[in-house]
Design a protein around this ligand. Structure first.
Ligand code: F6P
Ligand code: MN
Length: 312
């Protein structure tokens, strides 16, 4: 790939970056279409004026929740792209056949992750997985690409097609321009973020948390999966976990929609993700809403978590 100097970074837009990286044409167009959809979702978030659940507009009409309208926007954009055979979303119970049957890609989405944070004006996001085989059942391969969009003070987009992980910022002209090429996590970081209540932690997980605290890791947790993962990625290390909890051994987060796309992105930035035993990317999901505990981030901390969880 052509070298990108610091001076030219801000002029390398998403399409050019993917072309330079040799991403095949249909996948390039699909990723670009999804990134553009992020602008429409962002416009919806603005229009909602931070009201979230089923509120009434000035005419007294019931509005769709932001999660559902983001899902509708995504579904219609993906259908329009012409490259997607099936779509599965956290907002729907079953896989939707949106193509004619010959399209190459199968897309999963968490259309608006962290939507309960909208009223507090914290960052929220969209998570996408792109497969070249069916979403459930025997897959031809793992994910071929994954991306997420962060709606924060800036709108950013991170993607990977397996050739590194890269971050783009939406500029004033409405273009996604490269802000960080080939993000690489250090072996060990200095921050951690944990979901779940401490009183519900398993003894093994609690020991791991005490280890992180004793080593001086700083707590950085917003309660939104996308910004919490984004923080570890952009700070180039550390760990995020939503663990198995007492009475809830599968944790909270969803394998297909949330965990596997983020694990793919982290892996191609030199990080790792595990459920405590198995690599998150090697788990074959049996149902759309399958959940799993997760430990994700730089290699040292993820391996350490595994050690603590498997001590007998
Ligand atoms: O999508 C689920 C989600 O909102 C994530 O963004 C976040 O990591 C998690 O739930 C937080 O859950 P809770 O506040 O219930 O622990
Ligand atoms: Mn979510």
């Amino acid at each position: 790939m052509e070298t990108i100097s610091d001076a030219t970074k801000g002029f390398v837009d998403l399409r050019r970056h993917m072309w330079m990286a040799g991403v095949e044409m249909e996948l390039r167009r699909l990723i670009w279409q999804i990134a553009v959809t992020g602008k429409y979702i962002s416009a919806k978030i603005h229009d909602s004026n931070r009201k979230f659940a089923g509120f009434k507009n000035i005419y007294g009409e019931e509005q769709l929740t932001l999660d559902r309208s983001s899902d509708e926007i995504l579904q219609s954009q993906l259908k329009f792209s012409g490259f997607v055979r099936e779509y599965a979303s956290e907002e729907q119970d079953s896989i939707i056949h949106i193509g004619k049957g010959s399209e190459k890609y199968f897309v999963t989405a968490d259309p608006l992750d962290g939507s309960s944070l909208v009223d507090t004006n914290l960052a929220i996001g969209t998570i996408i997985g792109i497969h070249d085989g069916s979403i459930l059942g025997e897959r031809k391969s793992d994910l071929v690409a994954a991306m997420y969009i962060t709606y924060g003070p800036l709108i950013t987009m991170v993607y990977s097609t397996g050739k590194g992980t890269h971050e783009f910022v939406l500029n004033r002209e409405g273009e996604y321009v490269l802000s960080e090429d080939n993000i690489t996590l250090s072996e060990r970081g200095s921050i951690y973020g944990l979901g779940g209540l401490r009183k519900d932690f398993t003894p093994e997980h609690l020991k791991f948390v005490e280890y992180l605290e004793s080593e001086g890791y700083k707590l950085r947790y917003s309660g939104g999966f996308v910004p919490d993962i984004n923080q570890v990625l952009i700070k180039k290390g550390g760990i995020f976990s939503y663990p198995a909890l007492k009475g809830n051994p599968e944790g909270k987060l969803r394998l297909i929609f949330e965990l596997q796309p983020m694990a793919f992105i982290m892996k191609h930035a030199g990080g790792m993700a595990t459920n405590g035993k198995e690599d998150i990317l090697s788990i074959k999901p049996n149902s759309l809403d399958q959940r799993s505990p997760i430990y994700i981030g730089s290699r040292f901390e993820v391996k350490k978590a595994k050690e603590f969880l498997n001590k007998s």
